[in-house]
Design a protein around this ligand. Structure first.
Ligand code: GDP
Length: 460
């Protein structure tokens, strides 16, 4: 495919040691040639994948704008598969912008957000899930989220999906052959068996991916975490030490109508999204502030509950009610203030917390925080995630499509088992193939592609 030549500043806006202006397209070398003055030679003569020192100057006024290093990369071995020029400038918004303006004046068009990656996709260098990987990578909030995105970018998910689609195609072909050549008496039975076996295999694989999606989503969006406990037990102290120990990733206080305030912290690779921190800080009682109904809802939507008790106090009815409210959830019970004489009935607490993890802390002395962090990370990274070489599905579009694919492959299995005519099963199987295809962008609608790529930042 041939496109016009696009240009954009590919590094974040602001002061930096260097800033990169990127050009991609058929005219990239010619446009660069007009404005770049290397020590020797010209862009069109340079060997591919080399970098050159020189100046950017306005050819009309001869005014020198920037001292630069220019990378020359001939397609198709480039990010977009087109000819690419990258101009490393000194940074500083003004001069970088001037370089960009000059390129635009000499034939380049300002790239839309994500357009470089979109070209990589349209030119067949990466598939859609890889492109989304690039996007997730830019947004990744923790190391782990980053490696999920990296895996995706490297095409792990795509490989798996392609393998599944291939298996479906082969099955469809085999069914077709069986129908066309009914030479054997048992052909119908055979067809049914092939369909059933293969469909079950495919369904199991999709299911496996969906199981990982929950963890993938957590890695991407953070584990929604709520701290509960009676007033004065140490909830704010807990929040503060979590935030303090684990540099908050984002402090998210959008000036919108949202009345839940969140804070992100990264606990040993587990991104926690601490929900309703305002409730904790302001009135010291989430239940009191947001009302019983809403707090139930907050609890229900939480992935992790940190239930704080005061060791220097008797266990109260209210404490026990909290245990009831969080039954069946992932809970870590924190018995705080162990520096003070113990009044709490610890055996009773252990009994109430039988299904949960329990840690003791003296937050005021910074005691027990390590154990708490350990408990948090082991709760979510036990075994599976730590293994590291699984494929995680973390993108909500992919998850939705996998769910649909799971449904339609289940329909195939149902109809074969019920003895429905084979062509009905064929339709559902084809549908499964199409749905999986949408994940890697094989059957996606143009407008979806546009919408996806527009979510990228400029210059990517
Ligand atoms: P919240 O109402 O649950 O948010 O409780 P806070 O975090 O505001 O703590 C209430 C009081 O207990 C504050 O004065 C804290 O300094 C104190 N506190 C918190 N943790 C400990 C602890 O481990 N030991 C002791 N002795 N006091 C603590």
């Amino acid at each position: 495919m041939e496109f016009d030549t696009i240009a954009a500043i590919s590094t974040p806006m602001g002061e930096g040691a260097i800033a990169i202006v990127r050009l991609s397209g058929e005219q990239a070398f010619n446009i660069a040639d007009k404005v770049f003055r290397p020590v020797k030679g010209s862009v069109n003569d340079f060997a591919s994948h080399t970098i050159h020192y020189g100046h950017i100057a306005d050819p009309e006024t001869n005014q020198i704008i920037e001292e630069v290093m220019v990378s020359v990369m001939k397609g198709p071995k480039t990010f977009t598969r087109e000819d690419v020029i990258e101009i490393n400038c000194h940074g500083g918004l003004v001069s970088v912008n001037k370089v960009l303006q000059l390129l635009l004046k000499h034939g380049a068009r300002l790239a839309e957000p994500g357009e470089f990656t979109k070209r990589a996709f349209l030119n067949g260098r990466i598939d859609l899930s890889q492109a989304e990987g690039v996007m997730d990578l830019i947004r990744a909030k923790t190391d782990r989220a980053m490696s999920v995105a990296l895996n995706q970018m490297e095409g792990r998910l795509s490989k798996l999906i392609k393998k599944l689609r291939q298996e479906i195609l082969e099955t469809l072909a085999q069914v077709e052959v069986n129908i066309d050549y009914p030479e054997y008496d048992d052909v119908e039975e055979m067809t049914h068996r092939v369909l059933l076996d293969k469909s079950k295999q495919v369904r199991d694989e999709i299911k496996k991916l969906l199981v990982t999606s929950e963890q993938g989503k957590i890695l991407r969006e953070g584990l929604s975490t709520v701290i509960i406990g009676r007033p004065n037990v140490g909830k704010s102290s807990l929040l503060n030490s979590l935030v303090h120990e684990n540099k908050a990733i984002v402090t998210d206080i959008p000036g919108t109508t949202r009345d839940v305030i969140e804070e992100y912290v990264n606990v040993r690779g587990v991104p926690l999204r601490l929900v309703d921190t305002a409730g904790i800080r302001e009135t010291e009682d989430i239940v009191e502030r947001i009302g019983v109904e809403r707090s139930r809802k907050v609890l229900k939507e939480a992935d992790l509950i940190l239930l704080v008790l005061n060791s220097a106090d008797e266990l109260t009815h209210e404490d026990e009610q909290l245990f009831e409210a969080v039954e069946g959830m992932d809970v870590i019970v924190i018995v705080n203030k162990t520096d003070l004489p113990q009044k709490i009935d610890l055996p009773k607490v252990k009994q109430l917390a039988a299904q949960h993890k329990l840690v003791t802390t003296a937050l005021i002395e910074e005691q027990g925080i390590d154990e708490l962090e350990e408990a948090i990370s082991s709760l979510f990274f036990e075994g599976s995630i730590e293994a590291g070489d699984m494929t995680y599905v973390s993108n909500s579009r992919h998850i939705a499509l996998l769910n649909q694919a799971h449904e339609s492959i289940s329909d195939v299995i149902d109809s074969v088992e019920m003895g429905t005519p084979i062509d009905i099963a064929q339709i559902d199987l084809t549908r499964t193939w199409e749905l999986l295809g949408e994940i890697i962008g094989d059957s996606v609608h143009e407008s979806l592609i546009d919408q996806l790529f527009s979510q990228f930042c400029l210059g990517k």
